[in-house]
Design a protein around this ligand. Structure first.
Ligand SMILES: Nc1ncnc2c1ncn2[C@@H]1O[C@H](COP(=O)(O)OP(=O)(O)O)[C@@H](O)[C@H]1O
Ligand SMILES: [Mg+2]
Length: 340
C-alpha cells in the first residue's frame, strides 16, 4: 500500500476502539467483490480476540463451505483449527419449506375460525409463491439466530445488495402490515364476541402470532439500528461498477438509519511484490503492459473511492491465488485489521 493511500485510511482499529460492544457485523457489495472472504476474515479475527464468534451465511448461493474448505452446511459447525469460531450455512430450502408449513397451518386455522368454507391451498399459494416470502423467511431465520444470543459476535455474509436492502426495508413494511392485521383481527374478534352465544373470548392463535411477530420485528429493528452493536461494511474493488453499487447502497442505509461501519477496498494490485513477474510479454521482474494499465486504472478508482467515501477502513491486496482455508484467511485478516 502506498504512503498516500495509508494516510487517507481510517483504519479498522480506530473504528473498533470506538465500538467495544460491536456484535453484529455485515458485509455488503456487488457480487464477486469479496464479501464472503471479508466476512470470513473478520470472523476469524474476532475469534482470535477470544470472542465466541459465529460466521453465518443467509445467502442462497453457498460459499462458506468452499471458503473454509470444510462442510458447514445446515448446522452450526466448529471451524477446524480455529478456536472460538463456528460457521453456519443456512439451509435455505429447509427454511423456506418450514415457513410455508407454518403459514399454511395459520391460514387453515384462520379459515376455520372465520367459517370460510374454502380450501386453504389457494391462499397458501398466493402467500408463499413470491420472492418476498423467501426473503422474509431468510430474514426471520437470521433474526432467530441473533435472538438465540449464543455468541459474542455474529458475522453475516449477506446476500447481494438489492436483496439485503429489501430485507431491511421490509422491517418497516412488516411493522405497517402487522399493525393493520392486528387492528382487523381485534375487530373480527370483537364482532365474533358480540355475536357469540357463549360470551367467552376464544383463544386466537393468529392474533397471538401476529403480536409476537410484531414484537420480534421491533426487537430486530432495535438491534439492526443500534450503532454500538451493529455495523455494515461495504466491500468494493477499485472499479467503476462496484463503486457505484456501494455508493447507492450506503445512501439507502443512511435513509434506513442503519449504521455503516465503512468501506473496504479489495483486490488492489501490489506494485512492489512484482506479482506480474514472468507474465506474458514481460521478462522476469518486469510488469507487462497489461498489468501496468491495470495498476494505473486502479489508482484512478482508488482516488475516486477516497474522494467519495469518508471512512475507508482497509485496502486489501489482490493475492496470487483465490482465498481458501483458514491459513489464507488469517492472511486476509492481517490485511483487514493491520497492526491489531
Ligand atoms: N483479495 C483477493 N485476492 C485474490 N482472490 C480474491 C480476493 N478477494 C476475493 N477473492 C476471490 O474472489 C472470488 C469472489 O470472492 P467472494 O468473497 O466469494 O465474493 P462475494 O462474496 O462478494 O461474491 C473468490 O474466489 C475469492 O477467493
Ligand atoms: Mg459471497
Amino acid at each position: 500500500m502506498s504512503v498516500a493511500v495509508a494516510e487517507q485510511l481510517k483504519p479498522m482499529e480506530d473504528f473498533l476502539k470506538l465500538k467495544p460492544d460491536l456484535k453484529y457485523i455485515f458485509f455488503g457489495g456487488k457480487g464477486g467483490v469479496g464479501k464472503t472472504v471479508m466476512a470470513g476474515a473478520a470472523a476469524l479475527w474476532f475469534a482470535s480476540q477470544g470472542r465466541k464468534t459465529l460466521l453465518a451465511s443467509t445467502n442462497p448461493v453457498h460459499s462458506l463451505s468452499s471458503l473454509l474448505a470444510q462442510n458447514v452446511f445446515g448446522t452450526e459447525t466448529p471451524v477446524n483449527g480455529v478456536p472460538n469460531l463456528w460457521a453456519y450455512e443456512i439451509d435455505t430450502t429447509e427454511t423456506i419449506e418450514k415457513s410455508k408449513r407454518d403459514i399454511a397451518e395459520k391460514i387453515k386455522w384462520f379459515l376455520k375460525f372465520a367459517d370460510i368454507p374454502t380450501q386453504a391451498d389457494a391462499f397458501v399459494e398466493t402467500a408463499t409463491m413470491n420472492p418476498a416470502f423467501e426473503e422474509s423467511a431468510m430474514f426471520e431465520n437470521m433474526v432467530n439466530i441473533m435472538f438465540e444470543d449464543k455468541y459474542d459476535v455474529y458475522v453475516f455474509d449477506t446476500a447481494p445488495t438489492a436483496n439485503a436492502r429489501r430485507l431491511l426495508g421490509m422491517s418497516k413494511v412488516y411493522t405497517l402490515w402487522v399493525g393493520k392485521m392486528l387492528d382487523s383481527r381485534k375487530e373480527a374478534q370483537a364482532v365474533r364476541l358480540s355475536l357469540s352465544f357463549r360470551k367467552k373470548q376464544e383463544k386466537d392463535p393468529l392474533l397471538d402470532y401476529l403480536l409476537s411477530f410484531q414484537d420480534r420485528i421491533g426487537e430486530a429493528k432495535k438491534l439492526l439500528t443500534d450503532d454500538a452493536k451493529t455495523a455494515f461494511f461495504f466491500v468494493t474493488l477499485p472499479e467503476a461498477l462496484p463503486i457505484a453499487v456501494i455508493r447507492r447502497f450506503i445512501g439507502w442505509f443512511h435513509d434506513f438509519g442503519i449504521p455503516v461501519g465503512g468501506v473496504v477496498v479489495n483486490g488492489v494490485i501490489n506494485v512492489d511484490t512484482g506479482m506480474a513477474a514472468g507474465a506474458s510479454g514481460a521478462g522476469p521482474g518486469e510488469l507487462s503492459q497489461f498489468v501496468v494499465n491495470r495498476i494505473e486504472m486502479q489508482k484512478g478508482y482508488l482516488d475516486q473511492i477516497f474522494d467519495t467515501f469518508t471512512e475507508v477502513r482497509a485496502v486489501v491486496p489482490l493475492y496470487e491465488t483465490e482465498v481458501r482455508g483458514p491459513e489464507m484467511l488469517k492472511r486476509v485478516a492481517g490485511d483487514l485489521f493491520p497492526g491489531i
